[in-house]
Every structure is written in structure tokens, then in C-alpha cells.
Write a protein that binds this ligand. Structure first.
Ligand code: PMP
Length: 373
């Protein structure tokens, strides 16, 4: 099986399973309890916080462990909303775990402003600039699009925020960027950042929210006051430790270069095949979109799966819903959207697998085309 849906999720590293097992069955203590054993586990979690801060290039702030990116995004946004006549800005390209939170806040009477994406899939900076003002209290935008791989110009967004909306916090959903593309929260002046372990070979249901200052947000669930009172509930120690194992194993720069090579090879092999178009947004090397003219993306997906190649159909979280909000926003025509599949790589695949996948894709497409015409 060749898995090309790594933006949806990734296979967990064996080493993470070992760590998980150790902290689930051996050192399984509650980090908030008072025994020496618990204190040890508590220290381990503090170590993971430090490790993540280092990887993020953060010189201040902390990490709140959560049950994944959906929860982190909810916490960052709902936690930052205040009473008063303030404005909150989101992009039209956001994942449903941001976009639907924004929509619900709007239904509840908050002033929510959405800004456009340009043709390259990035946030339209002129549109953003026109919407910024002194009343804005939050700008939430993703680093890398899970649909297209486009990378937003966070540095420029930060600069615009500083100029027009100095009281606004900048929250970045970096699920498709953390441990995949090099960046630093310090350079980009990010106040809050979301990440999720299962996108970089860690376990599902574990992630976190980086916050430069704890005072930026209020808790959204009440309970025992764990995680600085911002995320009550006993921490998923085994999951967090397994996530740390994945973080320690990954060399972001090396993987970035290798995946760039894989993507070039993949595109080279598919270039020139009649009826197949590559929508490469020249952002993250990990993600791109293929258009299979005359065939539904869903038909291709199932036919490829029969031959052992797994591709995606846009965001897995919203794949069952009709249409693709993001591709539509970028101006891709409806027929192309219906005929599209998302391809997403990981850094542990071989060039041989890539070549094999392209051969199967070409064959399967030719086969279906012949049958439908
Ligand atoms: N944001 C982005 C950009 C994503 O790609 C995803 C996963 N598809 C999420 C948030 C949600 O992540 P999780 O599965 O950890 O809740």
C-alpha cells in the first residue's frame, strides 16, 4: 500500500508506540498527584513543553496540551473572545475547526470578518489590510493550507497587524506546518499556535496550543484546573510522551528537502499525461492537488485504493460534504474541483514508491477514461 494522504493523517512511528506503551503501562502515574512517581511524570511533561518551545523557536510563552488541533483551535478562538464591540478576523481558507467556530461566534452576535484568498491560495493581503482596524482583537489564519499546501505570508500578516490592529492577537493553525516546514514563532511574531501529533507520525487525539502569554485566553471547559487552568482534565501522558518521541526523531530541514525531491519526481512522472493536471500551489512540498479531467475525484480515489494507492479528497474532516469551499474560493472551476484529488506525501516514503504510485495513477486513469468514453 502506498499512502498519499498524509495531510489527513500519518502512520505512527514504531518508537512512538514503544514510548506510549511505557507511559501507559509502566510509568502510568497521574502527573497532578503528589507521589514521587507522579512528580517524575510531571517533570517529563514539563520537559516536553520545553522541547516544543525550542522547536517553535519561542523565547517566551508555554504550551497547553490538548486533545488535538480541533480542540486547540476552539480554545485559542473561543478563549480569546471578549465581551464588547470587538472584531475578529479569519480567512476563507481555514480548516472547519477554525471556520465553523468563527461561523458559530457570528451566529452568537460577534462581529466576524472573513478575508479572501487570492488565486495562489494564500490570504489576499490587500483584502486583509482593508479589513484591519483598531477594534480587531484576533486574527486567526493557517500557516499551510491542508487543501492546497499554499503557505500564508505570516510575516506580512504580522506586520499588517502591528500597523493597523496592534491590540489583535495573531493565532496560527500550524497543523500542516509544524515539524514539516521550518519557521519560528519569534520571527513571525505569532501569539498562539496550534499543532497536532498525528500529522507528524505521533498519536491521534494529542496536540497543543502554544501561547505567548497565558492571559490571552480564558478556559472553555471547567474542571480540576490542569494545564494552567486552561485545559482541565488529566493529561494524556502516554500520548504526549509519544508525540515528543516523534518530535525528537524528525529532522525538519532534512525531511523538507527530501519531500521536495519526492514531489518533483512525482510531478515529473505525471507531467505530459493527457487529462491529468497538477495544481501545485508552490507552497509546502508535502501537499498538492491533481485534476483528472473527465473523471470524478471520488471515482479515482476508490479505483486507486483498489490498486493499493491511497489519496485524499480534500480535508478528511469535510470530505463527506459536497464541494470544496477552499478550491472554490481560489477560483478553481466546478468541473475541476469534482475531478480533483489531494495528494500528500511523507518523508519516509521511497522514490520507488513514488514512481510506482505515478504508474498506477496513470494506468488507473487511462483505464477509467477508456471505459467512460
Ligand atoms: N487544522 C488543520 C489545518 C488540519 O489539517 C486539521 C486536520 N485535518 C485540523 C486542524 C484538525 O486536527 P485534529 O485532527 O488534530 O483535530
Amino acid at each position: 500500500m502506498i499512502f498519499l494522504d498524509n495531510a489527513g493523517t500519518t502512520k505512527m512511528f514504531k518508537e512512538c508506540v514503544e514510548t506510549y506503551s511505557h507511559f501507559a503501562c509502566e510509568e502510568f502515574y497521574n502527573p497532578s498527584a503528589v507521589s514521587r512517581q507522579s512528580a517524575f511524570v510531571h517533570e517529563k511533561l514539563e520537559g516536553v513543553r520545553k522541547l516544543i518551545l525550542k522547536k517553535l523557536g519561542a523565547t517566551e510563552g508555554t504550551v497547553i496540551f490538548t486533545g488535538g488541533a480541533t480542540e486547540s483551535n476552539n480554545l485559542a478562538i473561543k478563549g480569546a473572545v471578549r465581551n464588547g464591540n470587538f472584531e475578529y478576523i479569519f480567512s476563507n481558507g481555514e480548516h472547519p475547526s477554525v471556520f465553523n467556530v468563527a461561523k458559530n461566534l457570528e451566529l452568537n452576535g460577534k462581529k466576524i470578518i472573513f478575508c479572501k484568498l487570492d488565486k495562489t491560495g494564500k490570504i489576499d493581503l490587500a483584502d486583509l489590510e482593508s479589513k484591519l482596524n483598531q477594534n480587531v482583537r484576533l486574527i486567526s489564519c493557517m500557516l499551510v493550507s491542508n487543501e492546497t499546501g499554499a503557505i500564508n505570508d505570516i510575516k506580512q500578516i504580522s506586520a499588517l497587524r502591528e500597523k493597523y490592529s496592534p491590540k489583535a492577537l495573531l493565532h496560527v493553525d500550524a497543523v500542516q506546518g509544524f515539524m514539516k516546514i521550518p519557521f519560528s514563532v519569534e520571527n513571525l511574531k505569532i501569539d498562539m499556535l496550534t499543532f497536532s501529533a498525528h500529522k507528524f507520525h505521533g498519536p491521534k487525539g494529542v496536540g497543543g496550543l502554544y501561547v505567548r502569554k497565558l492571559s490571552y485566553i480564558k478556559n472553555i471547559v471547567d474542571g480540576g484546573g490542569q494545564e494552567y487552568g486552561l485545559r482541565s482534565g488529566t493529561e494524556n501522558v502516554a500520548g504526549i510522551m509519544a508525540m515528543a518521541t516523534a518530535i525528537e526523531k524528525i529532522d525538519v530541514k532534512k525531511n523538507f528537502e527530501y519531500v521536495s525531491k519526492l514531489k518533483s519526481l512525482f510531478n515529473e512522472k505525471l507531467t505530459g499525461i493527457e487529462g491529468i493536471d497538477i495544481l501545485d500551489f508552490h507552497g509546502s512540498p508535502y501537499i498538492e492537488v491533481l485534476v483528472f479531467h473527465g473523471v470524478k475525484g471520488e471515482t479515482m480515489l476508490h479505483a486507486l485504493a483498489e490498486k493499493g494507492v491511497i489519496v485524499g479528497l480534500g480535508s478528511a474532516c469535510s470530505a463527506k460534504k459536497a464541494g470544496n469551499r477552499i478550491l472554490q474560493e481560489i477560483g478553481i472551476n466546478k468541473d475541476n474541483i469534482i475531478s480533483s484529488c489531494r495528494i500528500s506525501f511523507n518523508a519516509y516514503m521511497t522514490e520507488r514508491e513514488i514512481e510506482e504510485a505515478t504508474n498506477i495513477i496513470a494506468e488507473v486513469y487511462k483505464d477509467i477514461k477508456e471505459r467512460v468514453s
